[in-house]
Design a protein around this ligand. Structure first.
Ligand code: SF4
Ligand code: SF4
Length: 91
């Protein structure tokens, strides 16, 4: 019996390589924060699966990193004051 050898898939060859994979290009919807209404509670930051929204320590307002945000809109779902709106991404 012949055993075929295949190259391994899904291998991360270099630590930190995900930084160069700008997943924001996958996005269909864009979360937009209304800074006037944002209370800086940090719920969006806690629930974002990609670490793409953070509360700025100086302004105490949420900011989205659009280079990596995939547009799942979980942040908008969990925001207690509903200040994140869903917009169709312009490509
Ligand atoms: S849309 Fe999803 S990936 Fe983008 S900031 Fe909100 S929770 Fe994170
Ligand atoms: S969950 Fe809403 S109110 Fe809280 S920091 Fe995020 S955007 Fe601001």
């Amino acid at each position: 019996m012949t055993v075929e050898k295949h190259p391994p898939g899904g291998t991360i060859k270099k630590v930190g390589s995900t930084v160069s994979n700008k997943t924001g290009t996958w996005r269909t919807f864009r979360p937009v924060v209304d800074k006037e209404k944002c209370t800086g509670c940090g719920m969006c930051e806690r629930f974002c699966p990609d670490g793409s929204i953070v509360v700025n320590k100086t302004t105490r307002k949420a900011e989205v990193d659009y280079d990596y945000c995939k547009g799942c809109m979980i942040c908008a779902e969990v925001c207690p004051v509903k200040c994140i709106t869903k917009q169709v991404e312009e490509k």
